[in-house]
Design a protein around this ligand. Structure first.
Ligand code: VG1
Ligand code: CO
Length: 543
């Protein structure tokens, strides 16, 4: 085995987005692409010498090959050890947990999350730091800078390491420890939730359907729900991770998880339904004939978390991404705890969690999580919901209804325009941005504009500033819309329009969401001209 230094040159388009680097798989398969990016990561973090890392991913196409490259590069550059999930599998929250549990220096997660997988679909690679969370912007900026000046990388010439067998082997001078991807994570869940009570819930005939969408949460959900909690076999469907996710789009929303929605809204629906995404950090929860919007889910979890043993002492605060509805803020106000509004992406929650300022975090994009790891965590959210249902002995529909009665309802929806030509998407955003300063005080579609800005965030812990995080237009009655471009797409530009309107109640809490938001939708079109400029009739996905 010898270490080789390979001459290379910068490759365009290695800028990490909202959550790591995502590209078409064939792009990742191009010569030197993976090696350049991995070298840039190692250079940006000051080298690998003496360090321990975690490695795993959602099992999508091309992951086995990338895992071997990462191992050989870490070995060539003096890393002490890499802890790998068996067969290179780890959900994103499980990877975050292993990084923390083993006090490692960080980890590599091979996933493009909710994007489809396969040779003609998407691949992704993300680096998490020692706190278990996604690298902050200071690190991703350094990685990107390194990709632009790279001239060589170092890699070990060696045979593939067998990642199928649990145990420790060596690669050059580096230890490779292959671990069960599920057990440590499942043990962590047992410390947070009342497993005996959940076992009793299932023993009492409570019926659930968990759709793993042929992605990474299958083995985790099967172990926890069916084995440890005694839910009947078949509770978990699509439970085997496949390299192409069985052709599914593993994004847990009503559009892509329509099979689950059909069952939950059909005759003889189970009591509770849930789905998660490619890498297991997102979740959708559904009751019998009841869809729970992610923003509402965060608020309900914040209001009820104390019912689970892991949060019995209460929560210190709640953070949400800016486009997420303010429902969680109302809970924070009522509890007298901290509330924070961050840019989109989990990397912005890390400092708040590390500083103990918040216990729960969430995003409108089906992401909720807590201080138990530094990623959003799909199965965790599902278990917290189950624990709340078991304690309150009521239905999802009743919990939502009573929540809205207590706090009012933040009607909320996101309209996505996928794969727009980049110039058209930019024209829409730039056009609105140019008008922001003139908008306050004016009226559109009968609604008075109270404020208009481009969201900028100053991290309250380290003072770092992130600009251009989304255009937000707020109306006099508190309704608002937000427009931003996605940082996870791999084709053209995806434009997201986020819409929110608050109704205090007691009346008007049961409206159809799109009807309730109709005035805000009209105002957004009139100001941003999305349909007019894009030539599209309407959004591709509505959540
Ligand atoms: C999207 C979501 C964002 C989420 C990110 C990563 O980003 O909107 O809330 O944090 O995906 O989630 P964007 O830039 O496309 O809007 V995941 O589960 O794809 O890692
Ligand atoms: Co994900």
């Amino acid at each position: 085995m010898s270490i080789v230094t390979v001459a290379t040159s910068p490759i365009e388009g290695q800028k990490p987005g909202t959550s790591g680097l995502r590209k078409k798989t064939r792009g990742f398969m191009a010569p030197h692409f993976v090696e350049n990016f991995v070298q840039a990561i190692l250079d940006a973090i000051g080298g690998a010498a003496g360090k321990t890392f975690v490695l795993g991913g959602d099992g999508r196409y091309f992951s086995p090959q990338v895992a071997q490259v990462i191992l050989r590069m870490c070995a060539a550059q003096g890393a002490k050890k890499v802890i790998v999930g068996q067969n290179a599998l780890l959900s994103t929250p499980a990877a975050s947990h292993l990084i923390r549990l083993n006090k490692t220096d960080g980890g590599f997660i091979m996933s493009a999350s909710h994007n489809p997988g396969g040779i003609d679909e998407d691949f992704g690679l993300k680096f998490n730091i020692a706190n278990g969370g996604p690298a902050p912007e200071s690190v991703t900026d350094a990685i990107y800078a390194a990709t632009k000046t790279i001239s060589e990388y170092r890699i070990l010439e060696a045979h593939d390491v067998d990642l199928g067998a649990i145990g420790t082997t060596t690669l050059g001078g580096m230890a490779v420890e292959v671990v069960d991807p599920v057990s440590d994570y499942a043990n962590l869940m047992e410390t947070l939730f009342d497993f005996p009570k959940l076992r009793a819930l299932f023993a009492g005939g409570f019926r659930m359907r968990f759709d793993a969408m042929c992605a990474i949460t299958g083995p985790y959900a099967t172990e926890i729900l069916e084995r440890r909690l005694g839910a009947p076999e078949g509770t978990v469907v699509n439970g085997t991770p496949l390299p192409d996710f069985g052709g599914m789009h593993p994004d847990p929303n009503p559009t892509w998880a329509h099979e689950l929605m059909d069952v939950m809204f059909g005759p003889d629906a189970p009591d509770f339904g849930a789905a998660s995404d490619g890498d297991g950090d997102r979740n959708m929860v559904v009751g019998k004939k009841t869809y729970v919007s992610p923003s509402d889910s965060l608020a309900v979890l914040a209001a009820n978390a104390h019912l689970a043993p892991g949060y019995a002492g209460g929560i210190s605060g709640v953070a949400r991404s800016m486009p997420t509805s303010a429902a969680a803020d109302l809970v924070a106000d009522a509890k007298g705890i901290g509330k924070y509004e961050t840019p989109t992406g989990w990397k912005f929650f890390g400092n708040l969690l590390d500083a103990g300022r918040v216990t729960l975090c969430g995003e409108e994009s089906f992401g909720t999580g807590s201080s138990h790891v530094r990623e959003k965590d799909g199965l965790w959210a599902v278990l917290l919901w189950l624990n709340i249902l078991a304690e309150r002995q009521t239905t999802v529909a009743e919990i939502l209804k009573s929540h809205w009665q207590d706090f009012g309802r933040n009607y909320y929806s996101r309209h996505d325009y996928d794969a727009l030509p980049v110039d058209k998407a930019n024209a829409i955003v730039d056009g609105l941005r140019a008008r922001l300063a003139d908008l306050p005080g004016t009226e559109v579609e009968g609604m008075q504009i109270a404020s208009a800005d481009d969201f900028a965030y100053t991290d309250p812990v380290d003072g770092s500033v992130s600009k251009l995080q989304g255009l937000r237009i707020v109306f006099a009655d508190g309704s608002r819309f937000v427009i931003r471009l996605s940082g996870t797409g791999t084709e053209g530009a995806t434009l997201r329009l986020y819409l929110e309107r608050y109704v205090a109640g007691p009346g008007g809490l049961g409206l159809d969401v799109q009807d309730a938001l109709a005035p805000v939708i009209a105002a957004a079109e009139s100001l941003a001209c999305i349909k007019a400029t894009s030539g599209r009739d309407g959004p591709d996905v509505i959540t």
